[in-house]
Design a protein around this ligand. Structure first.
Ligand code: PA5
Length: 466
C-alpha cells in the first residue's frame, strides 16, 4: 500500500516564520549525529526486548486470535462496553471515532455491537448508561481493561457491573457477559479472571497503557466494530520501516521530535495538535496522554531534578478557530501547532444554492471538504503571518492503514523526544501519589496514616470560602 501519511515542516522553519520563532536547517543538521545515536539506542533497546510496543505491528498470530474471538462473539451482542481509563480507554475511543462513522451506534445496520467506552467514574455518565443497558444485559458484553488490575476507577466499574449482572441475570454465566484484558500473569484482575473463569485478552508485558492501543487493548473493540485491524497493523509496520531510518531528514518520527525539542529549547513549551477532521479528534486525546504522561518528568536519567515536559493541547478545526485561534495568533508566541489535514474524506456534502443572497454566493455549489481544508490553509496562513510555527501531518485519506501509521509515528516520536529530554519515557511516578491518596480516602486497609495526613492537608478552611 502506498498511501503514506507525510509530515510537512516548512512552516516551522526560520525561512517562513523568522529566526526568532522558527527552527533553522542548521540547527536540525547539527542534531543529525545525536539522532543517529538515538536511533541506534532505540534499536538496541528493542533488540533487548525493552521496547515491546515496537513489535506490536507484527503480531500475526495474536491478530488471528482476536479475529477468532470476534467471530465467536459476532452477532451475540448488541452492546460492547469497555471499562477502563487512561491508556486502557483512549485508544479504543480514538480508533472508533477515526474509523467508524459518528452515527455508528445509531445505525440499524452496523458491522458490530454498539460501542460504549466508560473512561470515568462519573455517576451520571455511568449511571445513565446502566439504566439503558439494564433491559439489554442479555445482549451486552463488558470488556474490563486494566493492566495492573487495581486501578480504582476500573475496579469500581467492574464491581458495579458484576453486581448488576448477578442481580439481573442470576442464572447467567458471568463469563458470557464479562471479559477481561489484563496482564497475562500478575495483578488483581488476573486473579479475578482465574477465579471467575473469565475469557481474558492480554496487555503484553512491558507495554504501558499509553503504548498499548495496537495490542489486544485497542484491537478487540476495533475488530468487534468492523474495523480492519490487519490493515491497521500493516500501517504501523510500514511506518516502522520509515522510523528506523537513522537519517534525521528521512525519519518522520525523529524529525517531529527534533523540531519539537528545538522549539522546547526556545521556550515554546506548548504543543497544540489541531486536526481538521472530526474523525481525528480523539486521536488528539490519545496523543495528549502519550505526550504528557511520557514526557513530563521531574528527574532525568542521571537522577537530576529537571522538571521537563512540553504541554500537549488539543484543538479541533474549524470549531476551535472560533475559540482558540485568537490566542494562538496574538497571545504569547509559545506554541507549536501541528495540524492534521485530510486530502480525501471519502464522502462529501455539497453546499446548497444561495439564491438571491449575494453575500453567500461564493459558497454555493462548493463542497464541505473544500471549505474545511480552506479553513486549515487560511488559519495556517494567518498564523505564519504572525510568526507562529506550524507543522502538518497530511493524511491522503482516513483509513485503518493511515491511522495505523499515525499511531506508530507518534509512539516512536515520543520515544525520540524522551531520549532528547534524557528522561524515562515509559514510567509515570507522579500519577502514583494521587492513586494512593484515593485508596486512603476510600478507606483501603493500610492507608490510615496517609488518610490522616490528607485530611489535615485538604481540610476546607472556611476563611477562604467565598
Ligand atoms: O499509560 C498508562 O500507563 C496509564 O494511563 C494507564 O493506562 C492507566 O493509569 C490505567 O492503568 P491500568 O491499565 O493499570 O488500569
Amino acid at each position: 500500500m502506498t498511501k503514506q501519511i507525510k509530515l510537512y515542516y516548512k512552516n516551522a522553519t526560520c525561512e517562513v516564520v523568522g529566526d526568532e520563532h522558527g527552527v533553522s536547517m542548521e540547527a536540525l543538521s547539527q542534531l543529525r549525529p545525536r539522532i543517529s545515536e538515538i536511533t541506534s539506542r532505540l534499536a538496541h533497546q528493542r533488540f533487548e526486548g525493552k521496547l515491546p510496543y515496537r513489535d506490536l505491528p507484527y503480531q500475526e498470530e495474536n491478530c488471528d486470535k482476536i479475529m477468532d474471538f470476534t467471530s465467536r462473539f459476532a452477532g451475540r451482542y448488541d452492546n460492547l462496553v469497555v471499562l477502563g481509563i487512561g491508556g486502557s480507554a483512549l485508544g479504543n475511543i480514538a480508533l472508533q471515532t477515526a474509523l467508524n462513522n459518528p452515527t455508528y451506534n445509531l445505525q440499524p445496520t452496523r458491522p458490530g455491537p454498539r460501542l460504549f467506552v466508560m473512561d470515568n467514574v462519573d455517576p451520571v455518565q455511568l449511571g445513565g448508561l446502566l439504566v439503558i443497558l439494564e433491559g439489554e444485559l442479555e445482549n451486552t458484553l463488558f470488556n474490563v481493561i486494566s493492566k495492573s488490575g487495581q486501578t480504582a476507577e476500573t475496579a469500581a466499574q467492574f464491581l458495579i457491573v458484576r453486581a448488576m449482572l448477578k442481580a439481573r441475570l442470576p442464572q447467567a454465566n458471568l463469563a458470557d457477559h464479562i471479559i477481561a484484558t489484563t496482564d497475562p500473569q500478575s495483578g488483581t484482575l488476573r486473579q479475578i479472571v482465574e477465579r471467575e473463569g473469565l475469557t481474558a485478552l492480554e496487555v503484553p508485558p512491558g507495554v504501558g497503557g499509553r503504548f498499548s492501543v495496537l495490542s489486544d487493548v485497542g484491537l478487540f473493540s476495533a475488530a468487534m466494530c468492523g474495523i480492519n485491524i490487519v490493515e491497521l497493523l500493516e500501517g504501523a509496520a510500514d511506518m516502522d520501516q520509515r522510523v528506523k531510518d537513522d537519517e534525521l531528514m528521512r525519519n518522520p518520527a525523529a524529525l517531529y521530535a527534533a523540531i519539537q525539542w528545538l522549539f522546547y529549547q526556545k521556550g515554546k513549551n506548548l504543543s497544540v495538535m489541531m486536526p481538521y477532521s472530526y474523525q481525528l479528534k480523539d486521536l488528539c486525546d490519545w496523543y495528549r496522554q502519550l505526550w504528557a504522561e511520557s514526557l513530563g518528568k521531574a528527574q532525568n536519567l542521571k537522577g537530576e531534578q529537571v522538571n521537563v515536559g512540553p504541554t500537549p493541547i488539543k484543538a479541533l478545526g474549524a470549531t476551535d478557530q472560533h475559540s482558540q485561534v485568537q490566542l494562538y495568533r496574538e497571545g504569547p508566541n509559545d506554541k507549536v501547532i501541528t495540524f492534521l489535514e485530510v486530502e480525501s474524506f471519502g464522502r462529501d456534502v455539497t453546499i446548497g444554492a444561495a439564491g438571491d443572497v449575494e453575500e453567500l454566493a461564493y459558497l454555493s455549489g462548493q463542497t464541505m471538504s473544500k471549505l474545511l481544508n480552506s479553513e486549515k490553509v487560511g488559519t495556517e496562513y494567518a498564523l505564519v503571518q504572525s510568526q507562529r510555527p506550524c507543522l502538518t501531518v497530511r493524511f491522503p485519506e482516513i483509513s485503518a492503514y493511515t491511522v495505523g501509521q499515525f499511531i506508530y509515528l507518534f509512539e516512536v516520536a515520543t520515544s525520540y523526544m524522551g531520549e532528547l529530554l534524557g528522561i524515562n519515557t515509559y514510567d509515570q511516578p507522579a500519577v502514583e501519589l494521587g492513586k494512593q491518596a484515593t485508596f486512603a480516602l476510600m478507606g483501603r486497609e493500610g492507608y490510615q496514616e496517609m488518610l490522616r495526613e490528607i485530611q489535615g492537608a485538604t481540610r476546607i478552611d472556611d476563611d477562604f470560602l467565598v
